[in-house]
Design a protein around this ligand. Sequence first.
Ligand code: C5P
Length: 452
Amino acid sequence: MDPGTQLPDKLLSRISIAKAELEAAPEVRVISHYDADGISSAGVLSNMLLRAGKHIHVTMTKSLTDKLISEVSAGCKTMVLSDMGSSHLEALEALDCKVIVLDHHSPQKDSEKVVHVNPHLAGIDGMTSASASAVCMLLAAHMDEKNWDLLPIAFAGIAGDRQAIRGLSGLNQWLYEEGLKRGVVEVRPGSMLPEGGLLNGLIGSTDPYVIGVSGSPEGAAALMAEAGIPANAEVERLDDAQRMKLSSLLALRLTAQGTPMSTLDEIVHERYHFPRWGMSADALAGLLNACGRSNHEGTGLALALGDAEAMETARALRQAYVDEVQASLQRVVKNGLIKAENIQYFYNDNLGLSGILSGVAMQYFGDRDKPTLALSDTGEEIKVSSRGTFELLDKGVDLAAALRECGQKVGGVGGGHRIASGATVPRGRDKEFLELVDKMVGEQKARKKDAS
Ligand code: C5P
């Protein structure tokens, strides 16, 4: 019999230490990232800690700074950081309290003092095979078997960090197998079509992003008419012929705009459905993401804690977010991307949207051979979001290293994952930064080419 996915002892032993620390703590200060994975992590941890009778105080933030670390640590005895912390170990080690880090970003080092739980340290790739929420879920499952009902929240983090699009692996796969045994998750076939109301779904879709259909009520209605589908159709009610016709038309449009087969395959990845929540991991990720991106992280957390009103608020935030993303994407398509030798970039005045805009441009209409960077001027500094593709990683590109090193060279900071990373650089130094990244990406590719 297939024994299923096994987890490395090194990961499990760190989880046991974290569990023991938390069991002994009456009060826990939680700091988490503000994106879908960060809110989902905070959601799993908060449910877990409240059930265990702990007093908690949760903060979600865009970025962890030494100043924030020192502020939140005042008077605190036990602190947990999720989806962040691995690149701040030195500052955390200097604190006078117990610190647990549950992160999945590439760590620069390990720690003797901090309980550092990071899948990379145990041979699991945190970029593809373990979201931060998955690490939190592993801890929650070890704290109490009853916490398996938190799996949908954890899966929103997996989906939010796009770790389900090429099939699950590593810790994510282990959680799925265990969830299946307990009947908390179902797998459903993937589809090119959105969930729910078709017209609205097509207009709001960024996965796939179809030029002339996404963001365009007229374009979406015309495409449905071409497929012989009435404007008020629900996706679940379509017959096979209608589904096939519409999916083929979408695939044709995508191919015509230069979207490669590999992206089309990713769009039709299997969906993880949670019967008790009545929604898929992608749908829940969409809600949490909209909360985080619109500075309503608290609503996302309340939703994860089961607040029905927060769910309604999140749905409204999601609609407003979708409208804003579509309007911004239309501007990026219209203005085009600026191409350097090895990268492509654009300036965007809506800071919170940089990640999604650069991701969609990279996946659906940009030059496949150049990582995409979105830059936003906050008035105080320039924030950068970069996205690559798996093909670019195969060619040697490492955006975490490029944005970290080039960010530092111009007096800023940067880091993240090889395929998705960010930086903050001083105003006026963005051009220099872009030149350095362009050069470094070229060097990364050349090094890989020489080695193979
Ligand atoms: O902001 P954005 O979504 O583009 O960030 C992509 C990734 O880079 C995230 O995982 C984020 O945590 C990371 N990042 C980082 N250091 C920064 C900015 C972003 O590690 N200064």
